[in-house]
Design a binder for this molecule. Structure first.
Ligand code: URA
Length: 212
């Protein structure tokens, strides 16, 4: 469902059902990870609907035909470490040929600002479409900083995929990068004073990796 020009709520019943399961505090890390994989596959499937295709000639066992294949250089999934990595397996199961970039950012616990400690992207970014992935769009600081760095490489397009966000995160990202479409499975009520999404699902990285 399109909420506004560059904000899309992925409201497929399977996506919504799996999201409800991962929100529950008693969902184990094993199940959480598995569901995040499944959610990521479903969401990437929706997000890649408008990927450009081109017609190529192939030979079937019976005759030749023109048939569509994905056009252009391989897509990039850019993961915002560390929680973004939880999205990668599911994303790559849908687009196995995609390239993967990483942006290492941590939130300063006092200012909640994003501090970069790692940045690595594939070559020829100017010819590629990028999907930046992070399960939670909360303050928006990490997403804004990551997208700023990626934009400097002049990719063909950038989309942002998160499982959950809140009005504050959407507003911040849209203000900083109005050209980047946001895809999410939920826009929750609000951001807490500590930078958590409410009602949310807690700390996505801790829940994926069992580090709480
Ligand atoms: N990051 C998380 O993992 N959870 C939140 O609620 C906000 C940011």
């Amino acid at each position: 469902m399109q909420i506004d020009k560059n904000l899309f709520l992925l409201d497929h019943p399977l996506i919504q059902h799996k999201l409800s399961l991962i929100r529950r505090k008693d969902t184990s890390s094993i199940l959480f990870r598995q569901l995040v994989n499944e959610l990521s596959s479903l969401m990437v499937y929706e997000l890649t609907r408008d990927m450009p295709t081109q017609l190529v000639q192939i030979e079937t066992p019976l005759e030749s035909m023109m048939t569509p294949v994905i056009d252009g250089k391989k897509l990039v999934f850019a993961s915002i470490l560390r929680a973004g990595n939880g999205i990668l397996d599911g994303a790559l199961s849908v687009v196995p040929g995609a390239r993967v970039g990483h942006v290492g950012l941590y939130r300063d616990p006092d200012t909640l600002k994003a501090i970069e400690y790692y940045f690595k992207m594939p070559s020829n970014m100017h010819e590629r479409d990028v999907i930046v992935v992070d399960p939670m769009l909360a303050t928006g600081n990490s997403a804004i900083a990551a997208i700023e760095r990626i934009k400097a490489l002049k990719p063909r397009s950038i989309k942002f995929l998160c499982l959950l966000t809140c009005p504050e995160g959407v507003l911040a990202l849209q203000k900083a990068h109005p050209d980047v479409a946001i895809y999410t499975a939920s826009i929750d009520r609000q951001l807490s004073d500590h930078g958590y999404i409410l009602p949310g699902l807690g700390d996505a990285g801790d829940r994926i990796y069992g580090t709480k």
